[in-house]
Design a protein around this ligand. Structure first.
Ligand code: SF4
Ligand code: SF4
Length: 158
């Protein structure tokens, strides 16, 4: 994929910048931070509505432009607020009441991504997208990325 041409999905209020080179050297190895709980895939929050995702997916497909939207249009299903509350109440409670919410059919029973190698950049960059850790709602209280927000040293014996 040519990241220069990649279309953007915006997560929550943050603009997602899709330049993988920005991630190099800035992220701890995934295994150290992600416990593969799958919470961030059970309920996905992006700014785009289903109609916007479908329209951009269609346009970029016709134009031959790589786009996260194409993956999202194919694999993400819109969720009602009630469905999202059932799937991840911890996360959903923190999101705006008019948030566009989705879930992904590539999430396996084991909490792992079934399209790991081809997952879109909006997934690859979660949650900081190459920037500094900032206070945003994380999808799970035990998400390892939360440790980057609270770098207090663990005292001996804990
Ligand atoms: S919520 Fe955090 S720990 Fe859970 S799958 Fe997502 S990134 Fe990994
Ligand atoms: S493609 Fe994989 S990482 Fe992205 S939302 Fe779906 S299951 Fe999660």
């Amino acid at each position: 994929m040519d990241p220069e041409n990649a279309q953007e999905l915006r997560v929550g209020p943050a603009l997602v910048a899709f330049f993988p080179s920005r991630f190099v050297g800035k992220r701890l190895p995934m295994a150290e931070l992600c416990n593969a709980c799958g919470a961030c895939c059970r309920v996905i929050y992006v700014e785009q509505s289903p109609e916007e995702i479908r329209a951009v997916a269609q346009l970029t497909r016709v134009l031959g432009i790589p786009s996260d939207m194409q993956f999202a249009a194919e694999h993400w299903r819109p969720l009602s607020r009630e469905e999202a509350m059932q799937r991840n109440p911890f996360y959903t409670r923190q999101l705006p009441t008019n948030a566009h919410l989705y879930t992904c059919d590539q999430l396996g029973e084991d909490g792992k991504c079934q399209s790991y190698e081809s997952r879109p950049l909006v997934c690859r960059g979660y949650p900081w997208y190459g920037g500094k850790p900032v206070k945003v709602p994380l999808a799970d209280p035990d998400c390892g990325y939360g440790r980057q927000l609270d770098p207090r040293p663990v005292s001996p014996g804990r």
